[in-house]
Design a protein. Structure first.
Length: 198
């Protein structure tokens, strides 16, 4: 039996008060080591990207653990990571000049006519349409605050590009650098990952 689809954004969503949360960060993300860490994607590849590339979205986690599991734990059940994969990505810390006003998808879903499938389900199309509707809401939120799929005890932010001018970034290097060896050990232990040194 096919699982029921998550509802589309209701027409009256634009008239509703959104559940909001104010968050100051810092935030963390892994990115290709030769690329700009402040990348607001428009390619419609990820969960909360804009439906038609109308705006850009930057994905960040609330701590290094969330950033690690969302980047290197994408395939559930694979509990190993290679040194080359770690060396190809840098960890960056992102701060904002003022707290972000985010739509709270961790506890406010029922008030909007949504449920956990929006943040955990496989239908990215409907999630993108919700992202577009929330982006266009008259309250003009900075982004979305949600539980991470690969570790629901951690939280992430899908930041809309309207907030890009308020972001600042500090790159911390790859986890294979000696200065990050203690952090790497903590992350591998946290998620019981093995390291293939290649």
């Amino acid at each position: 039996m096919e699982a029921a689809r998550h509802p589309e954004p209701p027409p009256e969503l634009q008239e509703r008060d959104l559940p909001m949360v104010k968050k100051s960060g810092p935030w963390f993300r892994f990115h290709a080591i030769d690329r700009d860490p402040l990348y607001f994607g428009r390619r419609c590849r990820h969960r909360f990207d804009s439906p038609e590339g109308e705006f850009g979205t930057l994905y960040m986690a609330g701590n290094e653990r969330g950033a690690f599991i969302e980047t290197f734990g994408q395939t559930t059940g694979i509990r190993v990571v290679s040194g080359s994969a770690l060396a190809a990505r840098a960890l960056s810390e992102i701060t904002t000049y003022e707290p972000l006003q985010l739509v709270d998808l961790t506890g406010g879903l029922p008030r909007m006519g949504a449920d956990g499938r929006l943040t955990m389900g496989d239908d990215y199309g409907v999630a993108r349409r919700w992202s577009g509707a929330l982006h266009d809401h008259p309250s003009r939120p900075d982004g979305l605050y949600y539980q991470l799929r690969h570790d629901p005890t951690r939280f992430g932010c899908a930041l809309f590009d309207r907030a890009s001018a308020r972001t600042h970034c500090r790159t911390l290097g790859s986890l294979m650098e000696s200065r990050n060896s203690a952090l790497l050990a903590q992350l591998l232990d946290e998620y019981d990952f093995g390291l293939i040194r290649e």
